[in-house]
Design a protein around this ligand. Sequence first.
Ligand SMILES: Nc1ncnc2c1ncn2[C@@H]1O[C@H](COP(=O)(O)OP(=O)(O)O)[C@@H](O)[C@H]1O
Ligand SMILES: [Mg+2]
Length: 277
Amino acid sequence: MTQAQSQAHGQATHHAHATLSDPTMLWVDNVSVSFDGFKALTDLTLLLDPGELRCIIGPNGAGKTTMMDVITGKTRADSGRVFMSGRTIDLTELSEAQIAELGIGRKFQRPTVFENLSVFQNLELALKTKKTAFHSLFARLSSEARDRIAAVLDTIGLPTRAHAPAGLLSHGQKQWLEIGMLLAQDPKILLVDEPVAGMTQREMERTGQLLVSLAGEHTVVVVEHDMDFVRDIAKRVTVLHEGRVLAEGSMEQVQNDPKVIEVYLGSEAGNLGGAGC
Ligand SMILES: Nc1ncnc2c1ncn2[C@@H]1O[C@H](COP(=O)(O)OP(=O)(O)O)[C@@H](O)[C@H]1O
Ligand SMILES: [Mg+2]
């Protein structure tokens, strides 16, 4: 959506958007999950504001991926709830497909683009997958669908690669295409698991810019191991450890938190680097 369109959209639907003043877009409320008696998440609580960019860090096995699995309905919580839009929708009562329909898009670590299709065709498929009235309207109005795809191509920085087979893209470009495929479905919340693994320095920088630019219009949750990357993009950071929230705050606050320093120094993930570590 262009800025002008988004402003027009905002004005036209001003009254319908009372939920924007709601304090939470996503509320993971006291969630526990265990696998064969092993507690992967213990009383995990996480609150996300509409439009915020949240980075989630923590050593291997901290429960980051499990948390995303619970939010998206892939894994069932043993106890606790996951609410969207205040407490109006309880995601733990919904199927994976229903949760996706509500506007929660997830990007897994490995890109899963269709290599034999062009970049454009990948985005077209993603656009058609969304089944709301709004998007089936787009499916008929192919010029509007094309406009939307063009806008997504601009956002992900691939307009000149539109007709290239996705299989010919670099690893980083494939990751951006996959983010674009999520954007085509107009998600409210984007969950991104380790987006810069395997990327070049330049690709990491562009990915950071992309994710920062998506916040505001979307609520973005980034799980990432790479501390330099997190330090570059971080606003609010949540540190998970052994299935619990160990610390939360600005990057500076969490990297100077003695509990966090202890966990990182004692783990194979290495230390957090920067001042105070
Ligand atoms: N499906 C599963 N079955 C058994 N154990 C699992 C499963 N998924 C995750 N775990 C365990 O739960 C813990 C948290 O894993 P995970 O959420 O993948 O951590 P992270 O993403 O932070 O590295 C780990 O000890 C992992 O081995
Ligand atoms: Mg993980």
